[in-house]
Design a protein around this ligand. Structure first.
Ligand SMILES: C[S@@+](CC[C@H](N)C(=O)[O-])C[C@H]1O[C@@H](n2cnc3c(N)ncnc32)[C@H](O)[C@@H]1O
Length: 216
């Protein structure tokens, strides 16, 4: 994502990345494309000393669903935007997720998926709340566009979802109302569905939520 933004800007961009291995990889990748070094703040978003009124665009994908205090984060980012600048956040509206045929314990799995983020202070479905959060942070919401994918077994979206959800299924099984037994049943229903070409996975919707900082 960072490299794509550099390509579009035709130059360096700044980033906040609190994970040391991710930040190191970012620096290595940026050294290769000849577009120069931006600042990478290797810290939590809330602690990054972002300059006031500097940025034309602030972009985040799949970060806000993890954050315990999204409004506080948005206020800090709004401060770093230039007047007239934009913030664009892509994040989930998770409720569209479905698998056909529907496994018996699917609804409990969805509840466990929500609880998984909530136990860490996040919201897996924060996308739909972003326009109201923008407004509270003094920004003007301008767009909330859905991106929704679906696919049969073997498609990219099926493969991604199976990799992620079958991987976390044992952890989800520890979160009520899901149980370890229900997690095992759901995983085997998912694998059985993968053997039927007419099975369908509908992904969590990703919302493109944009807002503008007022000029005064
Ligand atoms: C699911 S990854 C998304 C990565 C990338 N934005 C993308 O779209 O492919 C979540 C990212 O959010 C970062 N992150 C999560 N909480 C953060 C925080 N409080 N401050 C800064 N970064 C955070 C993680 O280190 C990780 O890079």
């Amino acid at each position: 994502m960072h490299l794509e933004l550099r390509r579009r800007v035709k130059g360096p961009i700044d980033a906040v990345e609190r994970s040391a291995p991710f930040a190191a990889r970012l620096r290595r990748l940026c050294a290769r494309d000849g577009r120069g070094a931006g600042t990478i703040w290797e810290t939590d978003l809330l602690h990054a000393p972002l300059p006031k009124g500097k940025y034309d665009l602030i972009f985040a994908r799949w970060v806000f669903l993890f954050l315990p205090e999204p409004e506080k984060h948005l206020r800090r980012l709004a401060r770093a935007l230039k007047p007239g600048g934009r913030i664009a956040i892509q994040d989930y509206h998770r409720q569209t997720m479905a698998l056909y045929p529907k496994p018996k314990d699917w609804d409990a799995m969805m509840a466990a998926d929500r609880a998984f983020f909530e136990t860490q202070g996040g919201d897996a479905s924060i996308g739909g709340r972003l326009p109201a959060l923008y407004k509270r942070a003094g920004l003007v919401p301008t767009e909330a566009r859905p991106n929704l994918k679906s696919g049969f077994p073997g498609s990219a979206v099926w493969t991604w979802a199976s990799w992620y959800f079958l991987g976390v299924m044992p952890r989800l099984g520890k979160l009520r109302p899901f149980t370890p037994g229900a997690a095992r049943r759901t995983a085997s229903a998912w694998r059985a569905a993968a053997r039927r070409p007419e099975s369908l996975f509908i992904a969590p919707c990703v919302l493109d939520c944009v807002a503008r900082k007022p000029r005064r």
